[in-house]
Design a protein around this ligand. Sequence first.
Ligand SMILES: *Cc1c(COP(=O)(O)O)cnc(C)c1O
Length: 424
Amino acid sequence: MKAGITTTLLHADRRQPIEHGAVHKPMHVSAAYRYDNVNDLVAVFQGTRSGFSYARQGTPTTAALENKITLLEDGLGTVSFATGMAALAGIFTTLLRAGDHVVSSQYIFGNTNSLFGTLQALGVSVSMVDATDAGAVAAALRPETRLVFVETIANPGVQVADLSGIGELCAEHGLLYVVDNTLTTPYLFQPKRVGAGLVVNSLTKYIGGHGNALGGAVTDVGGFDWRRYPNIHDIYRNGNPASWGLTQIRKKGLRDQGATLSSEAAHRIAVGAETLALRMERACHNALGLARWLAQRPEVARVNYPGLASHTEHRRATSCFRAGGPRGEPRYGALLSFELRQGLDCLALLNHLQVVILSTHLGDTRTLALPAAHTIYYEMGPERRAQMGVADSLVRVSVGIEDTADLIDDFEQALMKIQSDAGA
Ligand SMILES: *Cc1c(COP(=O)(O)O)cnc(C)c1O
């Protein structure tokens, strides 16, 4: 019998031998690993024997976390990185070359947008299209297109990409499909189900979940035939083709670029991940409650949340994401954004919040809010913000696991205060 997510996570470590019967995988802090017989060391270097050599390429602690992410994503293997951005850079810089083309969603995380700028300066061309429509992705394909990249739910507009439509398109054209699953996590959605090849998770967000460790992961979920990919170096083109892509990412992306996840961070993330399902359930429940409440407030002009019937991709989200509730209610993630009606000041509103923390970051146990255009999307400029649908008054809320009523009460008292400020 296949265990559920939480049971799997709680018992994954002890399925491998752990010293002294420890229940947690220990934090291995050694930089180097020794072998009694030098032939074994040679075999580890040559990849004919599994093992550890130098901690920049991983430790038993990071490997235990990678195993858990692989189980969560139902994948073939995972490479962990120091951050989610390092994971993305690890994919793009090792799999793309000058002259290659990428199709990306125009609705993406600000730093990923900036990373695509770096790639463009190195000779990779990038088309940013409306990925809520697979037809727009199809229209952007070129003979030199190597991969298609989307996020499941985009931030801060919470658009939901046409995940299965793009998967079919990639399968039809033999293209690598890379999905950033950070906002949904494998608890709400497994990109494998829609034909993804590689899945990225920022472990800093919901998977670690407590805002106390940075990390990222790339998982090969088996949807892509690496024999079709031209940019695999000859040295990695041997053995089982299913492992070629991840081997290149581990060697060229992790080993050579060196953005390695520390064992300390891996340990914190693994402990945090044990409650992923519980936290996601609670945070999604809170987000739906808060979104519905905000939507009926006169001070609020617009609420973006895939769980509202007014959201353009509401039906898609309902069919794609986990039905986790006691009566099989669908779950829509824990990120929402909203705009105040004209004349009300979102900065003033934020300053009146008492429970909600004014902070960037998302996927924490605590509810966090910030003015998106003034902060995380400031650097990209007004034109690109308009293309992404980031209005100047847009407030992004990463909903945590507090008691629902306390969140609603906090927004209520803050909205009343700006009403009276505006009336005064
Ligand atoms: C935060 C985030 C990242 C980057 O992750 P870090 O761990 O902060 O580097 C990538 N993609 C998405 C969708 C994110 O929200």
